[in-house]
Ligand binder design. Structure first.
Ligand code: 536
Length: 376
């Protein structure tokens, strides 16, 4: 007989992170919707697609819904159809989405991002490659150094001046202010996946000889400064988190992991409350060991050594794996992506599978829960 889960469905007390969520100090469970790009925005403005998409995910029962990578400036979009938060029209379009997420009983989070040298690409299902210079919907990407990612993303970015760096950090601060003003209660900075923060963090993309390049201290400077800038605008009582690429699976793993743990310890001192452990994606020829729960042990190590509360994602192999990772204390919560695209009611099915009493009422809105709980 399988042990009935308790811990997965015990509410995650956000107080255990340094800050408490205003008026709501717990998540209803330890399932978070991973930020997932929809590439369905119009000039960075959320559309009807986003309203129904996020509403369905929130109604599906996850404790936290993190809105997709949202660019802090136009050139920081991965594609022309990315979400943005560099103007008030974009903020106004997101506001009702935040309200719907909260009305459905989830915490509303947002991931703020800058794509760096991976910017100006086609949507994944339209090629996933760089749009060449001069073509419609293309622009010149910017990055710490004029070094291309390679493979499907061959465009050489413009190397950023120190003024450019400060401008993007100030764009970040303004986007954070807008996120706060429209009611988000959870902020995640995108420090992973080969985008701008990783372009600074990785020796592969950062060839600078100034204070932003060279040593780990210098390569981490952009990330620490950006975090401090965000922290100065984001309310003290709300969680400020990051998705951090800690490993590339490119042969330099021990060094990157060690340096990342060190940097995260400094971020914690600068006010980082929680971290989602992910990959760097800094190189097209990395050898990623794709498979079930591939980041589980790496995440556990980083969270243990930094003493940061946190999560991981990537091929979490179903509810019992997720539950086990939490029960074993490896992560504090899980970030679920693709399984929620396949089934927005994944939390309900997870609760049933794990033997949670009143699974429907714990996860779904009354008009669904009533019928599912009574007449099965
Ligand atoms: C995940 N991706 C992450 C994105 C957008 C595109 C896809 C993001 O962080 N904004 C991914 C990367 C590499 C391979 C598979 C999936």
């Amino acid at each position: 007989m399988r042990e009935i889960s308790t811990r997965f469905w015990v509410n995650l007390r956000i107080e255990s992170m340094a800050r408490a969520i205003a008026n709501l100090d717990t998540l209803r469970n330890r399932i978070a919707v991973s930020p997932m790009c929809q590439y369905m925005s119009d000039q960075g403005v959320a559309t009807e697609w986003h309203r129904t998409h996020y509403s369905a995910l929130a109604r599906g029962g996850s404790g936290l819904v993190v809105v997709e990578a949202t660019a802090v400036s136009p050139e920081g979009r991965i594609s022309w159809a990315d979400a943005g938060l560099w103007n008030d029209e974009q903020a106004a379009a997101l506001e009702p989405i935040v309200r719907e997420i909260k009305r459905a009983g989830a915490i509303a989070g947002i991931q703020l991002a800058h794509a760096g040298r991976k910017a100006s690409a086609n949507r994944p299902w339209e090629g996933d490659d760089h749009i060449p210079e001069g073509k419609p919907n293309s622009w010149t990407p910017i990055a710490p150094s004029a070094v291309a990612f390679g493979a499907n993303l061959p465009r050489v970015p413009d190397a950023m001046s120190v003024e450019d760096i400060h401008r993007v950090q100030s764009d970040m601060a303004q986007a954070v202010r807008r996120a706060k003003d429209i009611g988000f209660d959870w902020l995640q900075l995108h420090f992973a996946h080969g985008y701008l923060a990783q372009n600074f963090w990785s020796c592969k993309s950062n060839k600078r000889t100034d204070q932003y390049g060279g040593s780990a201290e210098n390569r981490g400077r952009y990330l620490l400064e950006t975090l401090a800038k965000a922290r100065s605008v984001w309310p003290e009582n709300l969680p400020l988190t990051a998705r951090m690429g800690v490993i590339d699976f490119d042969g330099n793993d021990e060094q990157m992991l060690g340096e990342s743990i060190d940097l995260l310890r400094q971020m914690k001192r600068e006010g980082l409350d929680s971290v989602d452990i992910s990959m760097g994606f800094n190189s097209p020829d990395a050898n990623i060991p794709w498979g079930p729960n591939l980041l589980e042990d790496i995440a556990a190590k980083v969270l243990r050594e930094t003493q940061l509360p946190g999560s991981t994602s990537w091929f979490i192999d179903g509810p019992s794996s997720a539950d086990r990772m939490v029960r074993e204390g490896k992560v504090d919560f899980v970030m679920i992506g693709r399984p929620l695209l396949s089934d927005p009611h994944w939390p309900y099915h997870a609760a049933k599978e794990l033997g949670v009493p009143e699974a429907a009422w714990k996860t779904l809105p009354a008009p669904y829960a009533h019928w599912l709980a009574r007449y099965r």
